[in-house]
Design a binder for this molecule. Structure first.
Ligand code: ROI
Length: 159
């Protein structure tokens, strides 16, 4: 069993709905249980500004899958949501990223874990700290320390 944290993001085609249904789909992955889900957050785009605001969340899963098999399942869910991979850092209907996979550090052509940009992204750090404040990010440190260093302007929790 491995504890994995998944980051969710959407800024197209009813983002709130995309994230809500994606959270349900994550709970239905084979050999995997949903442990908890963060609040939904509204966030200004990081990167190119000529795109809509995002809805972001983080989910905690327990899985018997290996990391690549979990990635395959996430990409199947993205495809179900009509994800098209066009523009780098452009708008997306649904983005699912493996943020953390146990305490594993993985660098290969399909996966970089911990996620490469994790430290610079308030829309990942804040929901991660909400559901797991004592979480340690391998090679980077305690999530609450990283939250205190990141600019949180443009991020609001939704009711
Ligand atoms: N910006 C925000 N706020 N949320 C995201 O999920 C997100 N995802 C991305 C880029 C384009 C980097 N910006 C984002 O991939």
């Amino acid at each position: 069993m491995t504890i994995a944290f998944i980051g969710l993001g959407s800024n197209m085609n009813s983002p709130r709905q995309q994230i809500t249904t994606a959270i349900q789909s994550l709970g239905e992955i084979q050999s995997t249980q949903m442990i908890s889900a963060s609040s939904l957050y509204e966030s200004k785009p990081v990167g190119p500004q000529d795109q809509g605001d995002y809805i972001n969340a983080v989910v905690k899963l327990e899985t018997d899958l290996v990391a690549i098999a979990l990635l395959d399942s996430l990409q199947a869910i993205e495809n179900d949501h009509g994800r098209e991979r066009k523009q780098h850092w452009g708008p997306r209907t649904l983005d699912l990223d493996i943020l953390l996979f146990g305490d594993q550090v993985i660098h290969n052509d399909r996966l970089t874990i911990p996620h490469a940009e994790i430290c610079n992204r308030p829309f990942v750090l804040v929901p991660l700290a909400e559901i797991n404040p004592d979480c340690v990010i391998p090679e980077k440190g305690l999530v609450t320390d990283l939250v205190s260093k990141v600019d949180q302007a443009g991020l609001t929790v939704m009711s």
